[in-house]
Design a binder for this molecule. Structure first.
Ligand code: SAM
Length: 278
């Protein structure tokens, strides 16, 4: 019978945040796959866990996932842990999960700490809907595309960032989003935990005098829907209804759809547009 993969969330700073179920699982499985075995040794030593460790990280994630699936199919139980937090969130875990599921291997998750949820709940920004982006891509074109997409995002946006990229990312947020509210959650659950409530510009000024150190989550206010709609209406009201409809037709829309879209943009009925075009 095949074994099972257990995704084990580990503390993001405070060792007391490990769950009783995770500790038991780490002791009982045959192998623990860890992102950084040296780093995870501290956790193992602290909790007196002697299960063999093997490394599974960004640079071996495809080949190693195949090997781990082989072990699972041969009947071994494996726990996956990452450097900190919930495996498969902004780390190589998702590849292993997918490969296990493709091979028909059972996967279960033992929930626990994750920096995204911890930061979001402390942000004071709307939490009902949020968009988690993880790390922005390093590739410039891809990064620009994502930032452009996010500019129109109404939900609260959560980003991970490394200290040495923080200032650059804050400048980009200012360029693309303007001076929105921003909560910076730093060193969560650790001794020097800080929840800094800023606007993007205030954060930039703050880090002119303060070297960014530690681990960061950025929680950014989403686009203001009412303001955005008022801006859009003001933009369209500068055109006549005829110019508005023609703009859409020149972009490839048929006349009926263009009239419908123009009515929607201007917050008026289709009949109003029709009458204005007569
Ligand atoms: N899988 C992890 C999770 O569930 O949160 C995230 C792994 S990702 C490789 C690491 C990033 O998470 C860090 O660069 C930082 O942005 C964020 N992070 C992790 N621990 C944190 C902490 N204690 N305080 C603030 N941010 C943290």
């Amino acid at each position: 019978m095949a074994g099972k993969l257990y995704l084990c969330a580990t503390p993001i700073g405070n060792l007391g945040d490990i769950t009783a179920r995770t500790l038991e699982c780490l002791k009982q499985v045959d192998i623990i796959a860890a992102e950084d075995t040296r780093n995870s040794m501290k956790l193992m030593t602290h909790f007196d866990i002697h299960t063999p460790l093997t490394c599974y990280h960004e640079y071996n994630k495809y080949d190693k996932a195949d090997k781990l699936v082989g072990e699972l199919l041969a009947g071994k139980d494996i726990a996956l842990i990452t450097d900190a937090g919930t495996p498969a969130i902004s780390d190589p875990g998702e590849v292993l999960v997918r490969k296990c599921q493709e091979a028909g291997v059972g996967v279960t998750s033992l929930p626990g700490p994750s920096a995204v949820i911890t930061a979001l709940t402390l942000s004071g920004l709307p939490t009902r809907r949020f968009a988690f982006e993880g790390f922005l891509p390093q590739d410039k074109t891809e990064r620009r595309e994502i930032l452009k997409e996010l500019k129109d995002e109404y939900r609260t946006v959560v980003l991970y960032e490394a200290p040495h990229h923080l200032i650059n990312t804050l400048s980009e947020l200012n360029e693309y989003f303007g001076d929105r509210k921003l909560t910076i959650a730093r060193e969560l659950t650790k001794k020097h935990e800080e929840i800094l409530k800023f606007t993007v510009c205030e954060a930039l000024s703050y880090y002119e005098h303060e070297e960014p150190r530690g681990e960061f989550v950025l929680v950014l206010e989403g686009r203001d829907r009412q303001k955005a709609e008022a801006e859009k209406r003001a933009f369209y009201e500068e055109m006549s209804p005829k110019e508005h409809v023609e703009k859409y037709i020149s972009e490839g829309m048929d006349r009926k759809t263009a009239m419908k879209q123009a009515a929607k943009d201007r917050g008026v009925s289709k009949r109003d547009i029709y009458n204005a075009l007569l």
